[in-house]
Design a protein around this ligand. Structure first.
Ligand code: CU
Length: 501
């Protein structure tokens, strides 16, 4: 009698586990109909004022979006109901963005990947109250790149981004503008903002089950807010500007027929030369520009494949590593315009190689906090000297995947687990993926300007972890100067709001 009870219980537990195990793998491969034309975010209008500053206007607002015909979903967006326009500026230009917060709650807008003064960075200390306007301004002083913007409010970044607040900020420079790369926006140069979503009765779901240690994981993907998207293309070479704007999910992009493509740029701009590869892995916040060769009349799917470097079998199954998605279908015209061959030489590196580093720092990534401490807006964790190079060693031994993003700088990956970085990590980076058991050495140069009272952030860009406190602050100071006290921290949330600073 007892034996049969135990047997039944064991069978029940085993059955439950099998159900959980198989049910936790998500795949949309072969399931997407690709019936919706890909939305291309509009280029943001701008004006140039008397002193030559290029001025953009963004309004954060709540709205409703029809992702599927007849079903209205509450969402957030910039100048629209979901996502935002694509901003474009050239190196050397002065830019100003007037941001009006039309939401019913405080938020902020961070310029991910941008080198700019800390007060313009849009992190936790530049909160914009409901109804207020914030107008950060700076001079673009970095190479051509695919950057992006998104909110960074304390504790609710995940929610604001997942509801739709994100957009691209493309930078150009003279040298890059002359290169023979596909550059017709929306034609042979396509923005590809990838997000995973799950709908719950028409609403965007943000829940996570207890085993999803990384945060929310959706059951399908969208590109530029379009479900099951296709794009018609008419050129031999197509440049895809891939942005992983998902809050927790990491992708490994490639094509089902195994064709290789050329990686031309990483987060902060061009590689020195194109690198041929079959997969490119992007964790939340990372970008890659790839150029793929099309054959006349074909249809090819951009797919995200399972990732065997993601972690142990448990993490792979329950935290997204085993999942796969059919992301975007490219439909080539019957006759294609000839594209010039890719240039053999692309960018000229501006990231430091680490040989002139004046000091090293160590960052231990834990979900509970970096270096054993959870985020405190009133505490500056690290003080760096303007105009110096440092080597940061970042380690994840936390048993789950993390990544690491540093504001203000583009850095160079010097080493991954003691070896030279793979080609996909040889370009300028601001965010890197660190699966459990990874140690990376990064070379970063801090060119200021110094501001001892206003810190920048470094953090895990899995937004659920970031919101939980997996973040720290660094201030850039003049030589010999000490960091001050951050202004506008947690218990001081109203300070400075509504002023046009
Ligand atoms: Cu993390």
């Amino acid at each position: 009698m007892l034996g049969s009870v135990v047997t039944v219980a064991a069978l029940a537990v085993g059955g439950l586990f099998t159900w959980l195990w198989t049910g936790s793998q998500v795949s949309t491969v072969g399931e997407e109909r690709f019936g919706n034309r890909l939305a291309i975010p509009p280029l943001a209008k701008s004006s140039v004022d008397e002193d030559g500053t290029r001025v953009f206007d963004l309004r954060m607002r709540a709205g409703e979006t029809e992702f599927e015909p007849g079903r209205r979903t509450p969402t957030y967006g910039f100048n629209g109901s979901y996502l935002g326009p694509t901003l474009r500026a050239e190196r050397g230009e002065k830019v100003r963005v007037r941001i009006e917060n039309g939401l019913g709650e405080a938020s902020s807008v961070h310029w991910h990947g941008m080198h700019l003064p800390a007060r313009m960075d849009g992190g936790l200390h530049q909160s914009i109250a409901p109804g207020a306007t914030w107008s950060p301004h700076w001079t673009v002083d970095q190479p051509a790149a695919t950057l992006w913007y998104h909110p960074h409010p304390h504790g609710v970044t995940e929610q604001h981004v997942r509801k739709g607040l994100a957009g691209l900020f493309l930078l150009g420079d003279e040298r890059t503008d002359r290169l023979a790369l596909p550059k017709k926006y929306g034609v042979d140069d396509l923005p590809v903002i990838v997000q995973d979503v799950r709908f719950d009765d028409g609403e965007l779901d943000g829940g996570r089950n207890i085993m999803q240690s990384v945060g929310f994981l959706g059951d399908r993907t969208m590109v530029n807010g379009t479900l099951s998207p296709y794009q018609e293309v008419g050129d031999e070479l197509i440049r895809l500007r891939l942005l992983n704007a998902s809050t927790a999910r990491t992708y490994a992009f490639g094509f089902p027929d195994g064709r290789s493509f050329s990686l031309v740029a990483t987060d902060g701009g061009l590689l020195e030369r194109p690198a041929a590869m079959e997969r490119v892995q992007l964790s939340p916040g990372e970008r890659a520009e790839i150029v793929v060769r099309m054959r006349a009349g074909e249809r090819v799917v951009l797919r995200s494949f399972p990732q065997d470097n993601y972690g142990d079998v448990w993490q792979r199954r329950f935290a997204g590593g085993d999942d796969s998605f059919d992301v975007l279908e490219l439909r080539a015209a019957g006759r294609l315009r000839t594209s010039p061959a890719l240039p053999a030489a692309l960018g000229e590196p501006e990231t430091p190689d680490g040989t002139d580093a004046v000091r090293g720092r160590y960052f231990d990534l834990k979900r509970s906090g970096i270096n054993g401490r959870a985020m405190d807006m009133g505490r500056i964790d690290e003080t760096v000297t303007r105009g110096t190079t440092e080597v940061w060693t970042v380690r994840n031994a936390d048993g789950m995947p993390h990544n690491f993003h540093v504001h203000d700088v583009q850095f160079r990956v010097m080493e991954v687990n003691g070896s030279a970085p793979p080609p996909a990590l040889r370009g300028p980076k601001d965010t890197v993926f660190l699966p459990n058991g990874t140690t990376m050495k990064l070379a970063l140069r801090f060119d200021g300007p110094a501001d001892p009272d206003t810190p920048y952030m470094y953090h895990c860009h899995l937004l659920y972890h970031e919101d939980e406190g997996m973040m720290g602050q660094f201030a850039v100071v003049e030589k010999g100067e000490r960091a001050g006290t951050p202004t506008g921290h947690a218990d001081d949330h109203g300070a400075g709001h509504g002023k046009d600073r």
